[in-house]
Ligand binder design. Structure first.
Ligand code: NAG
Length: 150
C-alpha cells in the first residue's frame, strides 16, 4: 500500500482538512494543506509549480543582498526554463520579459508577478482536481474514521 503522506507531514486536524474545500487560500495558508496539495501535484507531475511558489516565498523573506542574488539565480535556473512556456501562458511573453529585465537587478521581489501567475494557475487548474482526488478524500475519510486501536 502506498503511504498517503497527507497524514504525516504534518498531520492536519479534521477541521483544518475540511476547510480546504472552502477555498484554495485555505489550503495554501495551512502547512499541512500545502504539503498535501504538493503530494497531489506529484501524482499529476506538476509539483514544480508548488516548488517554485515555495521558493518565491522563501526569497521574499530574505534580506541579505548576497543571498537574495544567489537565490534569484538559483530559482531562475531551476524553474523558469521548465515552467515557461510549457506550464504557464505567461502573458504573451510579458512576464518573461519582466523577469529577464529584473534579473539585471535581482531583488527579493523579482519573481512576484510570476509567482502570482503560478498561484492562479494552480488555483484554477489543479485545485478543483485536488478536492476530488483520492489523495484528499482518503485523508478526510481517514481523519473522520480513525482505524481502531490495536
Ligand atoms: C550575507 O550573506 C553572505 C553569504 O552568506 C555573508 O558572507 C555575509 O556576511 C552576509 N551579510 C550580512 C550583512 O549579513
Amino acid at each position: 500500500i502506498e503511504v498517503n503522506l497527507c497524514f504525516l507531514s504534518p498531520k492536519p486536524t479534521l477541521e483544518d482538512a475540511r476547510s480546504w474545500t472552502i477555498s484554495f487560500e485555505k489550503v495554501m495558508k495551512s502547512a499541512a494543506g500545502r504539503s498535501c496539495f504538493r503530494q497531489f501535484l506529484r501524482t499529476e507531475f506538476s509539483e514544480e509549480n508548488m516548488m517554485f511558489w515555495l521558493a518565491c516565498e522563501e526569497l521574499k523573506k530574505e534580506t541579505n543582498k548576497t543571498v537574495v542574488e544567489e537565490k534569484v539565480r538559483q530559482i531562475y535556473e531551476d524553474f523558469i526554463s521548465i515552467l515557461s512556456p510549457k506550464e504557464v501562458r505567461w502573458h504573451h511573453g510579458r512576464t518573461e520579459d519582466l523577469i529577464n529585465r529584473n534579473m539585471l537587478e535581482p531583488t527579493s521581489h523579482t519573481f512576484d508577478d510570476a509567482q502570482q501567475q503560478i498561484y492562479t494557475l494552480m488555483q484554477r487548474d489543479s485545485y478543483p482536481r485536488f478536492i476530488n482526488s483520492a489523495t484528499y478524500t482518503d485523508l478526510l475519510k481517514g481523519l473522520e474514521d480513525p482505524p481502531p486501536e490495536p
